[in-house]
Ligand binder design. Structure first.
Ligand code: SF4
Length: 252
């Protein structure tokens, strides 16, 4: 069955190990205030695309993947299209290509579970560590989806990268990091990234006629980020707490 694809990034270097084909899927149930891709929200945008079309792209790029690179399914929320994602991830297994699923954790059911189990790596944007903050940031009452997903990842010891956007005045205190560490405790955590908030998506919101919802947020100061990294390192000896500046990426 075809999936609804928003865009692609070829040779993406941020969304998983090595160089990757990143497929941004259309549709997302969340409305994160700082969303970079509000144009992926509606289910009817993007373009109908067959699995075979993505496999063709994958095969063209496979020589550049090396041992670590591969396919990343992102969005939007890829788990909104579980059957399509499942088919793509099975193709990755057949071809021996590493696969990653980049999710906001806003949907969770049996179909999502099957998709996650097929991905070699789950990249989870944690957003906020408690129900009230998560709901305020995402505009949705779906924190139980995130905790359901985390429980499954814990049970299956699935490799996970955690991402946390950090903004001044939102979640830039040491206690915010400790709360986040509590939420991701006992995961098979391969990487934990703090992503400094920025407002590069403001223009996209305006072009869509949407009032930018993160006007009150500011990028964290570099010294604050350094302090938060230290809090993480002190409380998780084995964590690879890196901070990266999100790249808008080259989508086509
Ligand atoms: S989950 Fe991602 S795509 Fe969806 S609203 Fe949040 S930031 Fe945007």
């Amino acid at each position: 069955m075809p999936g609804r694809v928003h865009s692609y990034e070829t040779m993406g270097a941020l969304d998983g190990p090595g160089l990757r084909l990143v497929v941004f899927l259309q549709g997302c149930p969340l409305r994160c205030r700082y969303c970079h891709n509000p144009d992926t929200w509606t289910a009817d945008g993007g373009k109908d695309t067959d699995v075979a079309e993505i496999v063709r792209r994958l095969l063209r790029l496979q020589p550049y993947f090396g041992r670590r690179g591969g396919l990343t399914l992102s969005g939007g929320e890829p788990l909104r299209q579980p059957e399509f994602c499942g088919e793509l991830l099975r193709e990755c297994r057949r071809l021996g290509v590493h696969s990653a699923l980049d999710t906001g954790g806003g949907v969770w059911d049996e179909a999502c579970r099957e998709v996650i189990d097929l991905a070699d790596l789950v990249i989870l944007d944690i957003k906020a560590a408690d129900r009230a903050a998560w709901q305020a940031l995402t505009g949705r009452n779906a924190f139980a989806a995130l905790t359901g997903m985390l429980a499954h990842l814990r049970r299956t010891s699935h490799p996970v990268w955690i991402r946390q956007v950090v903004a001044e005045g939102l979640n830039d205190r040491p206690e915010d990091m400790l709360k986040m560490l509590g939420l991701v405790r006992d995961l098979r955590l391969e990487r934990l990234e703090l992503l400094p908030y920025h407002d590069l998506a403001r223009g996209k919101w305006e072009r869509l006629g949407l009032p930018y919802a993160a006007d009150d947020l500011k990028p964290p100061r570099p010294e604050t980020l350094a302090k938060l990294r230290k809090v993480i390192a002190d409380n998780r000896g084995d964590a690879d707490a890196t901070t990266t500046t999100p790249d808008a990426g080259t989508t086509e």
